[in-house]
Ligand binder design. Structure first.
Ligand code: MRU
Length: 346
């Protein structure tokens, strides 16, 4: 099978691989209006911060591609409505806001041209965001592979792979690049409750690539690390604050504490589009809370009293002091803090 692609632009439509159906069914969604993209981001048909950004960018293209080519005010209103609606979907994913800002700029800086050209410029911008993200992931892989021992087992959480990005992946991009360099790498994948991105998506995409992966439940991570079965933890990020604190899938913070206790490296991989220099620290990152039924149920099966109270934060924050290295397309920052990131992000 060709490398899994989460988001594509195909014949004037956004094509998404529906990640709510994986791994049982490979369903492609063909979306022709931005409301459909909003819905797909909310339902997690497309998920992972970089992939959300890419999908949102094409969502804005959908909003304008059939717009009247003489009504300039109407064109701008359509684009702004789509941008505003897409912004309401996943508050923690920095790449979403980054991509939408790029789309807004692509529109504003071309507005002196005929609207057909503005549309084309916006489509080119969305395609650049997609292609660029794949290139960034490849670079992250190259830089990050240097942190991975020749023979080792990596523990990862959630899915920070091809499915979560334009392609290749961030955390899983490091695994892929290390394997391409001839290293002997195995992976432990946390199942990642409540929505099981690790069990459903990470195992699936690694198995598609014949990468040795073993599934564990989240509660097994401490035991597995204590037994010495894991040499490094590698995860992705949804937003990285100015001081290097990292918001990522709920459960990441616990893994970072475990890594420190057991003296194994804890590595975070993300493109620069995930870095948020306007947010001082992790305390200032807005954490998305999701529907209670995601916790009360597994898939459609109720596993708790139907009316039990639930707390369902989708992400947590790992403080910079627990992070051994941040990897982006620009390279590696060991033991990140505000000082080091300031120089690095210049
Ligand atoms: O809720 P999700 O599935 O969108 O959460 C995804 C994650 O937490 C990923 O680790 C993160 O977005 C990085 S993806 C390269």
């Amino acid at each position: 099978m060709d490398e899994l692609q989460a988001v594509q632009w195909h014949n004037g439509k956004v094509r998404l691989l529906d990640q709510t159906k994986l791994p049982q069914e490979l369903v492609l969604l063909e979306i022709s209006d931005y409301h459909g993209v909003v819905k797909s981001i909310n339902s997690l048909a497309v998920r992972g911060a970089p992939a959300i950004g890419v999908a949102a960018a094409f969502g804005v293209v959908l909003a304008v591609c059939n717009a009247d080519e003489v009504d300039r005010a109407g064109f701008i209103t359509r684009a702004n409505q789509a941008i505003d609606a897409l912004k309401q979907t996943r508050p923690t994913a920095k790449n979403l806001f980054w991509a939408l800002e790029k789309m807004r700029n692509a529109m504003s800086k071309n507005l002196n041209k005929p609207l057909r050209e503005v549309k084309n410029a916006m489509l080119r911008q969305a395609q650049d965001i997609l292609n660029d993200d794949i290139a960034r992931c490849k670079k992250i892989g190259e830089h990050g592979a240097g942190l991975i021992p020749f023979r080792c087992t990596v523990l990862t959480h959630c899915n920070a792979g091809a499915l979560a990005t334009g392609g290749f992946g961030t955390a899983l991009g490091i695994v892929r690049a290390a394997i391409e360099q001839g290293k002997k790498i195995k992976v432990f994948a946390d199942e990642t409750r409540p929505l099981l991105q690790g069990a459903r998506l990470t195992t699936f995409e690694l198995m598609e690539d014949d990468i040795d992966v073993t599934l564990i439940t989240d509660s097994m991570a401490a035991y597995v690390i204590k037994k010495g079965l894991v040499q490094v933890v590698v995860v992705g990020a949804d937003r990285i604050a100015r001081n290097g604190d990292v918001a990522n899938k709920i459960g990441t913070y616990g893994l970072a504490i475990l890594a420190k206790e057991h003296k194994i490296p804890f590595v975070v991989a993300a493109p620069l589009s995930t870095f948020d220099p306007d947010t001082e620290s992790g305390d200032d990152i807005r954490i998305e809370e999701r529907d209670a039924d995601e916790v009360r149920r597994i898939g459609d099966v109720l596993i708790a009293p139907e009316d039990v109270q639930v707390f369902n934060p989708a992400f947590d924050v790992t403080p910079n002091e627990l992070i051994s290295a941040l990897v982006s397309e620009r390279g590696v920052v060991r033991f990140p803090n505000e000082e080091k990131l300031k120089d690095w992000l210049k």
